[in-house]
Ligand binder design. Sequence first.
Ligand SMILES: C[S@@+](CC[C@H](N)C(=O)[O-])C[C@H]1O[C@@H](n2cnc3c(N)ncnc32)[C@H](O)[C@@H]1O
Length: 295
Amino acid sequence: MSQPAPPPSSSRPAPVPLQPLQPLSDTEIELRLLMEAIYLKYSYDFRNYTATSQKRRVLHALDQLGLPSISALQERVLRDPSLFGRLLQFLTIPVSEMFRDPAYFLALRQHVVPILHTYPSVKVWVAGCSTGEEVFSLAILLREEGLLGRTQIYATDINPASLEKARQGIFPLEAIRGYTANYQRAGGRGEFSDYYTAAYEAARFDPTLCADVIFADHSLATDSVFAETQLVSCRNVLIYFNRELQDRALGLFHESLSHRGFLGLGSKESIDFSGYSDRFDTHARAERIYRKKAA
Ligand SMILES: C[S@@+](CC[C@H](N)C(=O)[O-])C[C@H]1O[C@@H](n2cnc3c(N)ncnc32)[C@H](O)[C@@H]1O
């Protein structure tokens, strides 16, 4: 029997030349390799952070650490965990302040606290709490509104050094003037100076404010939900994430929130255009406060 003839060569698909999906600069390639190395070695996942701000931070780290290139940094990071600890301070941006964006805290006071009052107990998750300024602000607000005594706060971050500072509740005295103005604009009901003791260059905040705060290591990039909450405050964190990672974090918040729970974001953040835009109602648009829709 004769074999079937092979198809004419003209009908074979033309070979596709091997090409990267999109052209990347050498710096972008080095950055990706650095983030991959950090993930594989230390399990910190920075792979889905926005590239422009990540590049700026890594270049700043190179400058501060006296290293000539991102590849040199990768080499050092792989072999020196203490250098990774230093790099983490550059990668995480622990910038914060008390009652940051006072209108946000005023809106919580006026439009969220009255609803939280209807619950017998309240759980609040401050995700990306950094050095604790947001946590102390919320604790002061909740105490003034008569809710702190029945509120459990979970304050989480990926930066252990920031969490340790947050636990101490000591902030630079030079920042207090600005914090006092923020507190007043946030509808503060008392004297801000009643909440801290000044000593030398520092203000030590009343530790009873944090009696029911659990500070814990938790990554929005790799960890899962750990509690049911009525309010999630995650401010100035999603801004550093790409769309995929923002959706992951919003998914965690949605899962954590109880029926009709509240979500507060930073002034430059929004759930619009995310995969969760239809899962929340807007509660206070300008202040970026959302409320989980009924299932
Ligand atoms: C700019 S600070 C915001 C602090 C505070 N929420 C505020 O608005 O003032 C961003 C914080 O997000 C934290 N962060 C970055 N990536 C994170 C992640 N994957 N999971 C949890 N926290 C993260 C950083 O360590 C840093 O403390």
